[in-house]
Design a protein around this ligand. Structure first.
Ligand code: ADP
Ligand code: MG
Length: 335
């Protein structure tokens, strides 16, 4: 497989972008001060930004081979056509996409989200109780909404959630679950600081444990913002880490919550410990109803921005569009 530096080299050549990218081939790749393409890399992909006139696009290159990539993204796309979900970004998978070391690699184009990764956003509002509670309400309702749309993201963590224009958005769909994707089990097991220590199964409940962790992190910070500095909040996680789950009795963070005079922090400690005793698939979903059933305070009403979301309108528009024969959303290998 090509490396990050192979992709950086290739992305600078217009001739390396396949014709099927259309206008996006003419874009200007965003560069850093040393005039090198600015890249955002996680474990499985490296992402560049390109500007085409007034539009910005993300160009996502894959660092790991995945034989069912095309099928996976086609099935996801079909699902999103019938289950509009405003947290997802429009995307296209181009196969072939980018010529790297004389081999055509797939390339995903996505709407570029101008926003902050979740941990950076949280860092900016740590002392603002109302903002944290509003974010927690939006967080809960995102999972209510994903469930209704028959979707689980599969790799919920602070870098796969962006806050753009005050809205929660998801990127990185390599581990998404829908019923149509049940047989396309991805290799990714999720970012370890957000995963239950017992192995999870690929399925609709994958987001349950990580979504509670993030919700509890926001709630805990709204009670005691000093936890952020004391426990290196924002460093590879929001608040909780894998070692807290592997050894809850030795966890300084859980201990601090247990010893706190706040009944809410005591409850969070107890509930996380209870989750750790269960099988990850049986952790209850995060929802307004389950939050209230757990005796937690009623969250504020969620922001209802998605009612008028252009992205949602766009999905609906696309879902009403009849695909033309031979021109599926996914560019086919032309050889
Ligand atoms: N559409 C997008 N708009 C803006 N930033 C993005 C977009 N897609 C990805 N990114 C940024 O690039 C980073 C890495 O991309 P991601 O798809 O998560 O790759 P990986 O699978 O390696 O984690 C993300 O954490 C995010 O900050
Ligand atoms: Mg990622």
């Amino acid at each position: 497989m090509p490396t990050v530096s192979d992709f950086i080299k290739a992305i600078q050549k217009k001739s390396a972008l396949h014709d099927n990218l259309g206008d996006i081939r003419d874009g200007e790749i965003r560069r850093n001060l040393r005039k090198m393409p600015l890249s955002h890399s996680g474990t499985f992909a490296v992402v560049f930004q390109t500007q085409v006139g007034p539009e910005r696009w993300a160009l996502r290159c894959f660092l790991q081979p995945s034989p069912d990539l095309q099928q996976r993204y086609q099935l996801l796309r079909e699902h999103l056509h019938t289950h509009a979900c405003p947290f997802f970004v429009n995307f296209d998978l181009h196969v072939p996409g980018l010529l790297v070391n004389e081999v055509w690699e797939p390339l995903m184009t996505m709407e570029w989200l101008e926003g902050q990764q979740l941990h950076d956003h949280v860092e900016g509002i740590v002392g603002d109780r109302d903002a944290l509670l509003q974010l927690s309400a939006d967080w809960i309702s995102m999972f209510d909404r994903l469930r209704v749309a028959g979707l689980a993201h599969g790799d919920i963590h602070h870098q796969n959630v962006l806050v753009a224009n005050g809205r929660l958005r998801l990127v990185d769909y390599d581990a998404v679950w829908t019923s149509s994707l049940s047989d396309n089990v991805p290799k990714e097991g999720g970012q370890p600081n957000y995963q239950h220590p017992r192995p999870r199964r690929y399925g609709p409940h994958m987001d349950h444990f990580p979504s509670w962790l993030v919700y509890y992190s926001l709630l805990a910070l709204s009670v005691d913002p000093s936890l952020w500095d004391r426990f290196d909040g924002g460093d590879q996680t929001l608040l909780f880490r894998r070692e807290d789950f592997l050894d809850p009795d030795g966890s300084r963070l859980l201990q601090a919550m247990r010893d706190s005079s706040s009944p809410l922090l005591n409850l969070i400690d107890a509930d996380i410990r209870a989750f750790l005793l269960r099988d990850p698939d049986t952790v209850r979903p995060l929802s307004r109803a389950s939050v209230m059933a757990a005796g937690l305070p009623l969250p504020p009403q969620p922001s209802i921005w998605w009612a008028s979301s252009p992205t949602e309108q766009e999905w609906l528009r696309r879902s009403n569009r009849v695909p033309r024969a031979g021109n599926s959303w996914i560019s086919r290998r032309t050889q």
